[in-house]
Design a protein around this ligand. Structure first.
Ligand SMILES: *[C@@H]1O[C@H](CO)[C@@H](O)[C@H](O)[C@H]1NC(C)=O
Ligand SMILES: *[C@@H]1O[C@H](CO)[C@@H](O)[C@H](O)[C@H]1NC(C)=O
Ligand SMILES: *[C@@H]1O[C@H](CO)[C@@H](O)[C@H](O)[C@H]1NC(C)=O
Ligand SMILES: *[C@@H]1O[C@H](CO)[C@@H](O)[C@H](O)[C@H]1NC(C)=O
Ligand SMILES: *[C@@H]1O[C@H](CO)[C@@H](O)[C@H](O)[C@H]1NC(C)=O
Ligand SMILES: [Zn+2]
Length: 292
């Protein structure tokens, strides 16, 4: 499933439903801000140094770059890196299998391995490191969107739905409409506020008791099995939530009501997990990366 944007980027900006990209821009930026709230100060310096950014949006402001890059001729090869096409049978059975589902051109999981290893390799150039870091910030986000871990109907892009009276598709409401409704907007400032709400839940609220278990299985020497845990985790929600009501319901009901209400706790927690895991993954990289 590739997220096939039906809007060219310029039109998306002009459109009322801004942000046609994967986890729309808001989701990725939120994940960037959450990660900024949890990385060590050494990691913060490491990332700011690579990116050449000194402000307090250093991860959030690069989190959507990969979605523009894939539409350039130089970056076209990276399109398959935004997803893994799980050949499972939702909503009956969900699973992701790396050897079955990661295509010949690569997938989100092989890309995590490639770009993590580039950052750990002293022969990687400065320019390559910048792209590698920006891709990792983005891809950890994509891996946590359940429909980026699903093959069915191009990850739901071909499932037409209604949302707030608007015709769209199932992939798009998970990327964009539902998180934007929850955050109350799509600007960087909305992402920052949404991130601080989810950060508080991790630090002191409803996610506190479980958040350390979100880091289970993380091993810098094995990026494939580490990120497969995240992909399997997100993919399980395709069965339990995303497609659970069945296609007949999904394609005949406006999904901004009950469906939104049922989905909200799921995407909120997935966005929180993505940010928290990204912070830890960057901490591991920064602690082992060659000094520049
Ligand atoms: C932070 O700096 C980057 C790079 O200079 C810039 O693109 C971005 O707009 C800045 N963000 C904020 C919120 O100032
Ligand atoms: C690894 O990253 C480089 C630089 O973006 C890219 O050219 C190459 O195709 C990638 N390889 C794999 C196996 O993803
Ligand atoms: C924590 O995780 C356990 C096991 O996955 C789950 O049963 C429990 O509901 C979670 N607790 C909260 C507060 O989400
Ligand atoms: C809705 O989904 C069902 C499959 O569950 C399919 O038979 C039907 O053609 C779909 N309707 C529309 C309008 O897409
Ligand atoms: C969704 O939840 C909100 C807030 O709890 C509630 O006001 C609303 O009635 C719910 N909508 C539906 C369709 O259940
Ligand atoms: Zn993407």
């Amino acid at each position: 499933m590739s997220f096939r944007s039906i809007f060219p980027a310029a039109l998306a900006v002009a459109s009322q439903f801004h942000g046609a990209n994967a986890w729309g821009d808001l989701g990725h930026e939120t994940i960037g801000y959450i990660a900024e709230n949890f990385v060590s100060s050494a990691t913060e310096s490491y990332c700011k140094d690579i990116l050449g950014i000194t402000n307090s949006s250093y991860l959030a402001s690069v989190a959507t770059w990969a979605d523009s890059y894939k539409y350039t001729s130089a970056g076209e090869f990276s399109k398959p890196f935004h997803f893994i096409d799980a050949q499972d049978s939702p909503p009956k059975s969900c699973s992701v299998d790396y050897s079955r589902d990661c295509g010949d051109e690569g997938c989100s999981i092989s890309a995590m391995k490639n770009y993590t290893n580039q950052l750990l390799d002293s022969s990687t150039t400065k320019a390559e490191s910048i792209d590698a870091l920006k891709l990792i910030v983005h891809l950890v986000g994509d891996i946590h969107q359940p429909l980026h871990d699903e093959n069915l109907e191009i990850g739901g892009n071909d499932i037409d739905v209604k949302y707030n009276g608007e015709s769209t598709n199932l992939h798009h409401i998970w990327d964009t409409n539902m998180p934007e409704q929850d955050a109350g907007g799509y600007w960087l400032s909305d992402a920052e506020n949404y991130a601080s709400l989810l950060t508080d839940r991790i630090k002191t609220g409803q996610y506190k008791s479980n958040s350390s278990s979100w880091l289970d299985g993380m091993d810098l020497t094995d990026p494939v099995s580490s990120s497969m845990i995240w992909a399997s985790d997100a993919n399980s929600y395709v069965c339990s939530t995303v497609l659970a009501p069945g296609l007949d319901y999904i394609n005949s009901t406006d999904l901004s009501g009950d469906y939104y209400n049922t989905s909200q706790p799921v995407f909120e927690e997935l966005i929180a997990r993505a940010g928290f895991r990204l912070a830890k993954w960057l901490d591991l990289i920064a602690a082992s990366a060659p000094s520049s």
